[in-house]
Design a binder for this molecule. Structure first.
Ligand code: 6PG
Length: 260
């Protein structure tokens, strides 16, 4: 059974797979093992989900046996690392994607699913309310940081993670846990207002798992994992937690041979 990856000298544990099915099976196993361990040690499993399309293959595995029956759903608290500021039934909603892939099909208590309140009048108030929810569920003191058992992230072609985009001031936010941002106007990028957790939250996690697949991600993955850079993806380095990158061969193509 795999255990959360160990970060050695700020480097991630990297696994590259020939087949996407293998990647998602490894991701599901890592998630389940992390969940079982968290519940055993602390009575709860707190996860921040990623949006985007890459995690769909992982999420769909969680809706069916055996993974569905291994996750302690009644002891699981689900958050989103970021969300597009759209209604929950909008096709671009990260909540909707996760709900349709697995959350609507597993026995998780409704109160344990903490969707981003995008129905509030503006993204700023949504971010503030979501931060309040984080603080409440984690019983945080004033300056406290939530320590997720697992944070799931994808990577954009520009090296963004969650909705932390290259050069955005949100990357340097050290006080707030959740901020409102706007996705850059770029071909293929959804032009939505967004709400995102900050690097401080991601790097406080016990474990971070990054999923990336496809040739379009190879450059961002190569830069993020090869050298310290200003790419958001290269700044995800849990201070006291595991960091696991799961890649397909195409996304790993720019990495040195030994890392592939
Ligand atoms: C989002 C995600 C975002 C995503 C990357 C990769 O809300 O879109 O949080 O960070 O993980 O853009 O997206 P794909 O998996 O669709 O390539």
């Amino acid at each position: 059974m795999m255990r959360p990856a160990d970060v050695t000298e700020g480097r991630a544990e990297i696994r590259a797979f020939d087949e996407l099915d293998e990647l998602f099976a490894s991701a599901a196993d890592h998630l389940v093992v992390t969940a079982e361990q968290a519940v055993e040690e602390r009575g709860e499993f707190r996860i921040a989900l990623s949006g985007g399309s890459t995690p769909e293959g992982l999420y769909r595995r969680l809706a069916v046996a055996p993974d569905r029956d291994r996750v302690p759903w009644d002891r699981t608290q689900v958050f989103w690392g970021d969300e597009r500021w759209v209604p929950h039934d909008d096709p671009d909603s990260n909540f909707r994607m996760a709900w349709e892939c697995f959350l609507g099909d597993v026995p998780i208590p409704e109160d344990n699913v903490h969707r981003v309140p995008t129905g509030l009048p503006d993204p700023q108030r949504t971010a503030e309310r979501y931060e309040d929810t984080l603080r409440a569920v984690f019983s945080l003191p004033a300056e406290g940081l939530p320590r997720f058992d697992l944070v799931l992230l994808g990577v954009g072609e520009d090296g963004h993670v969650a909705s932390l985009f290259p050069g955005d001031p949100a990357l340097y936010e050290r006080r707030r846990l959740v901020v409102a941002v706007r996705a850059p106007e770029r071909p293929g990028m959804l032009p939505h207002a967004r709400v995102t957790m900050t690097l401080e939250v991601f790097n406080a996690a016990r474990d971070v798992m990054v999923l990336a697949a496809g040739e379009s991600k190879a450059e961002a993955v190569g830069r993020a994992l090869e050298e310290p850079s200003d790419l958001p993806a290269s700044q995800v380095l849990p201070r006291a937690g595991g960091l696991l990158w799961l890649l397909d061969r195409a996304a790993a193509a720019r990495l040195p041979e030994e890392l592939q």
